[in-house]
Ligand binder design. Structure first.
Ligand code: ADP
Ligand code: MG
Length: 348
């Protein structure tokens, strides 16, 4: 019997519905439950074929548990190694390289020295900063927001340089980005599941929180929706997330990706509404089952740490076999492939 576990924090509706949905499939060899975990022994199997992680961004103990689980063969949604390594600024840069439209964005040095550092720790930093150049590149209005944030925390909408400096002065030792504001006509939030399925949700961030998922959307041009779907998939495939939301603000028909590092996206029925809730519960249930069925059991042998980023742990044995084959062909030896995820509750 293969077990699918759900790891969660304060959220109420999604985890229980997911467990129920999977168990309602009545598959002979698969059962779902809430994860139970205590003290974790190094390299001890978790007992789960698949774990759906909704909370390790807030609880370092859970992140440590999940990496250990991945090491012993559990498939973790989303990959805890990559989630730990990722940040939003890198995501914007990656999107630019991938040809997905993103607003001009600049990474800024911390306003205050991080704890335990002084001006001597900052001697590589240009001073004074070229604020004029930064403001010219980004333009106003703009958003000042953390390079690694979520849940709308520490997000400032600024219209001129006075407002910018007032906001920047409040950011302490956070690492911030300044991003050109998209003057959007349409706005979409998309669930992207298993790097395959996209569910586009019209969303209005200007409305009160409980009314943001638009229930009576207008008809959108099909080519706009096609591009949104394609760009959402491009981003999640490049980032390797199996469960994510991608947010697009659309100005003059161009969808700009502005937030796409939400590996524990809001899935509460009270905020996303019945229809979206049913979609996400079904899609995650199907993905978890598919992955549990593919699960090969714990892997023995040595491992190449970097391969965990790709979600494909490579055993020493497999790596040396590849090396021997390559040597036989007198081709350069290829070793393990290395290719190339904070909120209370779900990231929104
Ligand atoms: N470049 C932008 N243009 C227009 N609106 C933005 C932009 N950046 C952020 N926002 C607004 O601020 C909200 C929060 O920013 P976001 O990047 O989504 O951070 P978080 O991860 O905290 O949700 C967005 O949902 C959107 O309404
Ligand atoms: Mg957001």
């Amino acid at each position: 019997m293969k077990k699918i576990g759900v790891l969660y924090g304060m959220e109420n509706t999604f985890p229980g519905a997911l467990v129920e949905r999977i168990n309602a499939m009545k598959l002979p060899d698969i059962v779902a439950e809430s994860v139970q975990v205590g003290g974790v022994h190094e390299a001890a199997p978790s007992g789960y074929a698949v774990i759906v992680d909704r909370i390790s961004h807030d609880i370092p103990f859970y992140r440590g548990f999940l990496k250990n689980a991945a090491l012993t063969g559990t498939i973790v949604i989303n990959n805890p190694f990559w989630w730990s390594a990722d940040d939003k600024f890198f995501n914007y840069a990656l999107a630019r390289k991938l040809g997905v439209a993103v607003p001009h964005t600049v990474l800024l040095p911390h306003k205050q020295y991080p704890a335990g550092t002084t001006d001597r720790s900052m001697r590589n930093l240009e001073y004074p900063l070229d604020w004029k150049g930064i403001f010219e590149y980004v333009g106003f209005p703009a958003f000042l927001k953390p390079f690694d944030g979520g849940g709308w925390r520490d997000v400032y909408h600024v219209h001129n340089w006075e407002q910018f400096f007032q906001a920047y002065d409040q950011t302490g030792d956070l690492c911030m980005t300044l991003q050109s504001a998209v003057k959007f006509q349409e706005y979409f939030r998309c669930y992207v599941i298993n790097q395959k399925k996209v569910h586009i949700m019209p969303y209005d961030p200007r409305r009160p929180f409980h009314e943001r998922y638009v229930k009576d959307p207008p008809t959108y041009p099909p080519e706009l929706l096609t591009r949104v779907e394609r760009d959402a998939l491009t981003l999640c495939r490049a980032l390797g997330y199996d469960l994510n939301t991608v947010e697009f603000a659309v100005e003059d028909g161009v969808p700009y990706a502005i937030d796409f590092m939400n590996p524990a996206p809001d899935a509460d029925v009270h905020s996303v509404g019945e229809t979206n809730f049913r979609w996400i519960v079904d899609a995650v249930a199907e993905m978890a089952v598919e992955k549990a069925q593919q699960h090969a059991g714990t892997t023995a042998g040595g491992f190449v740490w970097s391969s965990f980023l790709s979600g494909k742990p490579v055993t020493k044995a497999a790596a040396s076999t590849t090396a021997k084959k390559s040597a036989a062909k007198k081709a350069p030896v290829k070793t393990a492939a290395s290719k190339s995820t904070k909120n209370p509750g779900p990231s929104v």
